[in-house]
Design a protein around this ligand. Structure first.
Ligand SMILES: Nc1ncnc2c1ncn2[C@@H]1O[C@H](COP(=O)(O)OP(=O)(O)OP(=O)(O)O)[C@@H](O)[C@H]1O
Ligand SMILES: [Mg+2]
Length: 486
């Protein structure tokens, strides 16, 4: 017969380790980075365009001023050129030179003779024009003078050339200043944009972070946790939906707990009923035998020999009754384990030798005990482990009525000490193996079927359990583990 087993509540899920995102992988950083990047790229395009436009304007201004100055010089020097009035030409040249940015100014006649110039070494000589390099932007690298040339014509005929050079230094520094200001503007935009993006990302992800905290509390089992709903946006909607889900989860979990409690109660009652019936059944046989024997002894029809036989039965049956009740009390009254470090090898040897003496047979019973040096002590409740070893070794010996080999081995597996009890007895049929540790499961005449049930309960209290492998006609190995370290 088997006692019904209580179905355990599903174990809480072990929460998976959260990935360590690192700041760079957070949604907050990504959001901030993207917004800041878009901001900077757009501002960069806008500022570059504005600065380029400004530069073009500055250049155009200088060019147009240069052209006007060259034209004016040409017009102003026409008469002086015709009359070959070098003094007037020198005066015109000086006036032009006094204009801002003018580097040089020169007037040549149609044959190329220099008649007026800001460079005295060239005066009166027939030299190539100064304005040969550049008459428009961009200038060559390292050239800081914009050269301009204007032909002097009278009645459509060219009588000379006015050339002048304008320094681009002032323009260059104005342009550099414009670029500097543009870059400063981009930098300011970057800082302001990042700040705004940071604030935006904070606002957007704040709700998610709140939700994350609540999810963590729920995963620790706190189903009363709720996400505060502070906004009406998508995060707010998500928070409401999430809270609804948790409420449903809580209701389902309460319902499941109630159902489990109800079933546990029912199973416990069924178990008590079944156990009572089993005990009554177990007790009835020896009790009937005792009653019969007492009745027989009460009469005077028994011979001396029969009387001795009846008394022997009386002794046997009352002993059996006592053992059944003793086993049952042992099973019912298993106390909390008080595990301390103790001598495992010594205990094994003591019990094995005691049982070996009782079960020695003529066919031969061999006993082997082998405890690895690092597996000779463990953490256990001495009295309870005594009972575990006793029951297991006794079962092994009872499975080998005609002799065999019983070997007990201990070894260390990491922090655990494994105890193996191996016999070469009759073995256990596979169909019985699953139920064997349940109370009152026995195939042995006179057995109560409580031995392994007691062992299992004690081992569970030690945080471990029994493992049995068996082959019919070959033997059985039972093993369990104990804590090797305190
Ligand atoms: N080493 C073993 N070899 C073969 N069968 C075994 C072994 N150990 C246990 N069993 C089987 O398991 C059954 C249950 O064992 P358990 O110790 O719980 O009860 P029991 O030995 O029958 O009675 P008791 O309560 O007196 O121990 C046994 O009746 C036996 O059939
Ligand atoms: Mg037993």
């Amino acid at each position: 017969m088997s006692a019904p087993q209580l179905e355990p509540l599903p174990a809480p899920l072990t929460p998976a380790r959260e990935p360590d995102a690192g700041f760079i992988r957070t949604l907050r950083f990504r959001l901030m980075f993207s917004v800041a990047l878009v901001h900077v790229v757009l501002m960069g395009i806008f500022v570059t365009d504005a600065v380029r436009e400004q530069s073009d304007r500055i250049q155009a201004e200088l060019f147009s001023r240069g052209r006007s100055l060259a034209s004016l010089t040409a017009v102003a020097s026409t008469n002086a050129l015709l009359t070959e009035d070098l003094g007037a030409l020198a005066e015109i040249i000086q006036r032009v030179k006094s204009q801002p940015d003018v580097v040089y100014c020169e007037i040549s006649d149609s044959r190329g003779y220099v008649l007026g110039t800001t460079r005295p070494e060239r005066l009166g000589k027939r030299l190539p024009l100064l304005a040969t390099n550049s008459e428009q932007f961009p200038l060559a690298d390292g050239d800081h003078t914009l050269d301009l040339r204007e032909n002097i014509r009278i009645a459509g005929q060219m009588v000379g050339t006015a050339t002048l050079g304008l320094s681009t230094v002032r323009m260059d520094s104005a342009m550099a200043k414009t670029w500097r200001e543009g870059l400063l503007f981009i930098l300011a935009a970057l800082i302001a944009g990042s700040g705004a993006a940071w604030a935006l990302s904070l606002l957007t992800t704040r709700g998610l972070h709140g939700m994350l905290d609540v999810v963590r509390r729920i995963s620790r089992g706190d189903l009363n946790a709720r996400v505060p709903v502070t906004t009406r946006d998508e995060v707010g909607v998500l928070a409401v939906a999430f809270n609804n889900m948790v409420s449903s989860l809580k209701r389902a979990s309460e319902k499941a707990a109630l159902e489990h409690e109800r079933r546990t109660q029912a199973e416990r009652l069924a178990c008590v009923g079944e156990m009572s019936a089993t005990i009554a059944h177990e007790i009835r046989n020896p009790l009937s035998a005792i009653i019969n024997s007492v009745n027989l002894l009460g009469g005077d029809t028994l011979s001396q020999e029969d009387r001795a036989q009846v008394i022997a039965i009386l002794n046997n049956e009352s002993g059996r009754l006592n053992r059944i009740l003793g086993d049952f009390l042992n099973f019912a009254k298993i106390r909390e384990s008080e595990a301390v470090r103790a001598d495992l090898k010594g205990l094994i040897e003591e019990i094995a030798n005691m049982l070996y003496q009782d079960h020695r047979t003529e066919e031969g019973l061999r006993l082997t005990i082998s405890c690895a040096p690092e597996a000779q002590s463990a953490v256990f409740d001495r009295d309870q482990l005594r009972q575990v070893l006793w029951n297991l070794m006794l079962n092994a010996l009872q499975a080998m009525p005609e002799g065999g080999e019983l070997s007990i081995r201990t070894k260390r597996d990491g922090g655990k000490i494994t105890v193996n009890i191996v016999d070469t007895g009759c073995g256990i049929p596979p169909s019985a193996l699953k139920e064997i540790t349940k109370p009152f499961i026995t195939s042995r005449k006179g057995g109560t079927g409580l031995g392994l049930a007691i062992v299992q309960r004690i081992l569970v209290q030690h945080g471990t359990q029994l493992s049995i492998t068996s082959h019919e006609g070959v033997g059985t190995q039972v093993s369990f583990q104990l804590n090797g370290d305190d």
